[in-house]
Design a protein around this ligand. Structure first.
Ligand code: SAM
Length: 211
């Protein structure tokens, strides 16, 4: 993602109670923050938040946490919260490399990865959110029956991800190379990137994996 610095975004985030600071202090305690025991789902690399805000709006029976590395992007998600009436969505600004600092064993019921950065150079493969090191991280806090759902229009990244799922010892529940024309299309919530790439005519790939 090309990043434009948004002036004051760090300060805006620090002052917003929906963005949880010092996440390590909340490890194992996220239900307390939400004030209930509802299942917690996360999106890693949520960007401007269209997907997770809509998921939270449509599913008040669940809790959601959007994770984004950059303040300048996260502030755009916060803008969407101005007319959001629920209390089931929180945010974290962090690099997902340290995601295990935030969540305890079995704390998370599902993980969404949408249009994750491809990191095309081989030497950066470990930074891809669907590389084996990340599957190992997800393993540390995803509930036993939890699922990771990954969408992208980037076919090389998707093919890499299908391989890495297996290499990490996870199981593919299902996958498609053309989500919008598949049996899984119904109920799909489009992300910002998905809208953009779909408008260009790119097919969207999706996989669902579990341990
Ligand atoms: N998920 C959104 C969508 O589908 O519209 C945004 C996709 S955008 C291509 C990828 C996003 O992931 C960017 O906002 C980027 O800053 C974020 N990101 C990339 N690597 C990350 C990491 N290691 N930790 C947290 N966020 C990350």
């Amino acid at each position: 993602m090309r990043l434009r610095n948004v002036k004051g975004s760090r300060e805006t985030i620090a002052a917003n109670s929906l963005v949880i600071q010092e996440v390590a202090a909340h490890k194992g305690q996220w239900s307390r923050l939400f004030g209930n025991d509802h299942p917690i789902f996360i999106e890693v690399g949520m960007g401007k938040g269209k997907f997770i805000v809509e998921m939270a709006r449509q599913n008040p029976q669940n809790n959601y946490i959007g994770i984004e590395k950059y303040s300048s992007v996260l502030v755009r998600a916060l803008e969407k919260m101005e007319d959001f009436e629920g209390s089931n969505l929180l945010f974290i600004r962090m690099d997902a490399e340290y995601i295990c600092d935030a969540f305890d064993k079995d704390e998370i019921s599902g993980i969404y990865l949408n249009f994750s950065d491809p990191w095309p150079k081989d030497r950066h493969a470990k930074r891809r959110l669907t590389s084996v090191p990340f599957w190992n991280r997800y393993d540390a806090f995803l509930k036993k029956d939890g699922r990771v759902t990954f969408k992208t229009d980037n076919r090389p990244l998707f093919d890499f991800s299908l391989e890495q799922v297996k290499e990490a010892g996870w199981t593919l529940e299902n996958y498609t190379f053309d989500l919008h024309h598949s049996e899984y299309a119904q109920g799909n919530i489009m992300t910002e990137y998905e809208e953009r790439f779909t408008a260009k005519g790119n097919p969207i790939c999706r996989l669902v994996a579990y341990r």
